[in-house]
Write a protein of this length. Structure first.
Length: 160
């Protein structure tokens, strides 16, 4: 019966690792929110996801931490999804079409340690001038127009 048993844990990160090994040169094609087509290979996606996972660990994220995302489906969100779940944290996706009040409630209720926000999405509820600010003692807001990621607080550190 040993031949029917898996010898590795069933992890989401194994899906991307398998694609990088079996179909390394196969392209992933997506359209960015701004309009241009983005192309890269499974090998490149796997490498970037691993790079982000390592950056998250260096940033202090540990297995079990919740990482929020407010983003459209695209290559950056794809990388975040595999990086976060691959390092043992919980990828907490939120619908960008929700109202700011709803998003703030969800982020605070979930206790997200880090928040990735798509570069095209305006999220005014991060602190100043909003009825229900995000608890910044538990969350960090990530946003970078060049790469799609970075931290928007006094501890600015690029994640990629």
């Amino acid at each position: 019966m040993r031949a029917l048993m898996m010898d590795t844990p069933l992890l989401i990160s194994a899906l991307l690792r398998h694609a990088a090994n079996a179909c390394a040169d196969q392209q992933i094609v997506s359209r960015t929110v701004a309009g241009p087509i983005h192309r890269y290979t499974y090998a490149q996606a796997h490498q970037r996801s691993c790079q982000l996972a390592n950056a998250l660990v260096a940033y202090g994220i540990t297995p079990g931490d919740r990482i929020g995302t407010i983003a459209w489906n695209g290559f950056r969100h794809f990388e975040i999804y595999f990086a976060v779940s691959g390092m043992g944290a919980v990828c907490h996706t939120m619908n960008p079409r929700l109202s700011p009040d709803q998003l703030v409630y969800i982020v605070n209720h979930a206790g997200d340690r880090l928040l990735f926000v798509d570069t095209t999405y305006h999220f005014p509820a991060l602190g100043r001038g909003h009825r229900q600010p995000i608890d910044q003692s538990r969350s960090r807001h990530c946003h970078d127009r060049r790469r799609g990621y970075a931290c928007d607080n006094t501890h600015q550190r690029p994640l990629l």
